[in-house]
Write a protein that binds this ligand. Structure first.
Ligand SMILES: Cc1ncc(COP(=O)(O)O)c(C=O)c1O
Length: 398
């Protein structure tokens, strides 16, 4: 199935390339490319040092271009959360994809099976998570139907998801996984590839010790589950999981062979509130909403970026003014407005027309609000627009 037709690059965006950062209209989603590349380099170095694979989550950027950049930097492939995201990535030429989520609807599974064959034809690999026998059987049925039409039969790698504290998808750690492993192994189009153990809630525990404690329990759950599966004579080749907040703990556990962080690429305001584990690479904010002041009074200013410009599910954005005398706090002003008040002892209210940079509370849903990201090289104050990056999988929700 073809993804919906994409919005063409407008004349405005096309003409921006090569121009000063000052030419970017507001509100606009901007990537500080230098900071993003440093984040990428630090992630690659971290994975090398700890001898783990990394498979960054593309739900963060939804961009084929950035997925390819991550793979050039050493990522084994990407994670996606949705079948439609996987389709967009395959259309763009990304052929090592893990759908780190349960897919159970038959029409979607037919698309998953079609993708598995397209990817296999490119010598790539499609993987998927499961947490029910029903899900396994539906996937197997879709694969069998696709196989009967294909010249060569593709095989999907299947990870059994265990619930290690998130309270979302996954079977309980331990014996419940065994039945699923046996179910998977009944089907020639499926290969049991290992376990998914992702603890989303642990990512945002504020102290490093809290995260270490949470992931120590995760590691115990994984070890126990792996032991009961291997006692049945079935090897568990790979354990995959982790996000930006906790990945140092999974990497140090010796249990995880693959890390799935996504947010490290852009680093949102929410993650900035985590106490940094000394072992954690120093990731920088790299995604910004450029905004400008449209109204100014004695005690506050108003900017043109409200919550249609950035997601607020993880809190309001931080404001970067690049001026030590102008510190500002952002308050919700509705869909199209942000209220800015002096903060941190500063009394200066920015004047009309002043450009400011917001660090979104949560990057992933912010990116999903835009068709394009504007990549700036040379810094946000004096840099130049280097390229326009399409949010290819914007709205790819099915
Ligand atoms: C299964 C899974 N893996 C990895 C991630 C990446 O987490 P983060 O963006 O916090 O690094 C997520 C995020 O929600 C996820 O759901």
């Amino acid at each position: 199935m073809k993804p919906p037709t994409k919005t063409p690059v407008s004349d405005y965006l096309a003409q921006l390339v090569g121009q000063s950062v000052n030419a970017i209209d507001t509100p606009g989603l901007v990537i500080d490319l230098d900071a993003m590349k440093r984040n990428l380099g630090r992630m690659a170095e971290f994975a090398r040092k700890h001898d783990v694979r990394w498979r960054p989550h593309a739900k963060t950027h939804k961009s084929v271009q950035l997925a390819k950049l991550q793979m050039q930097a050493g990522a084994v492939g990407i994670c996606v959360q949705k079948t439609a995201e996987a389709e967009v990535m395959v259309d763009g030429g990304v052929y090592n994809i893990y759908i780190s989520n349960e897919v159970v609807a038959s029409p979607k599974l037919a698309r998953v099976a079609a993708l598995a064959h397209r990817i296999a034809a490119e010598n790539g690999q499609l993987s998927i998570a499961v947490d029910s026998a029903e899900g396994v059987n539906r996937l197997a049925q879709a694969m069998n139907e696709a196989r009967s039409q294909a010249a060569a039969g593709a095989v999907v790698d299947v990870f059994v998801e265990i619930d290690v504290g998130q309270g979302r998808c996954g079977v309980p750690p331990g014996k419940a996984a065994i039945a699923l492993v046996h179910e998977i192994r009944k089907h020639p189009a499926l290969r049991f590839a290992g376990l998914q153990a992702y603890h989303g809630k642990a990512q945002h525990l504020r102290s490093a010790q809290q995260r270490r404690d949470a992931i120590a329990i995760v590691a115990d759950d994984v070890i126990y589950t792996r032991r009961v599966i291997e006692a049945e004579g079935v090897p568990v080749d790979l354990v995959t999981g982790a996000g930006t907040g906790s990945m140092v703990c999974e990497a140090a556990s010796g249990v995880f062979g693959e890390l799935q962080p996504g947010s490290f690429l852009f680093m949102d305001a929410d993650y900035a509130q985590n106490e940094r584990d000394p072992a954690q690479p120093q990731f920088e904010h790299a995604l910004f909403v450029k905004t400008q002041v449209i109204s100014s009074r004695d005690d506050h200013a108003v900017c043109d970026a409200g919550h249609k410009s950035h997601a607020i599910d993880s809190g309001l954005p931080l404001v970067r003014a690049f001026d030590s005398e102008c510190e500002l706090e952002y308050f919700n002003g509705g869909d199209e407005h942000g209220i800015l008040r002096p903060a941190g002892g500063s009394r200066r209210v920015p004047a009309i027309g002043r450009m400011l940079w917001l660090i979104p509370g949560h990057c992933d849903p912010t990116v999903n609000l835009y068709d394009f990201m504007i990549g700036v090289a040379g810094g946000l104050r004096k840099g130049t627009v280097e390229r326009i990056i399409r949010v290819d999988a914007r709205g790819a929700a099915t």
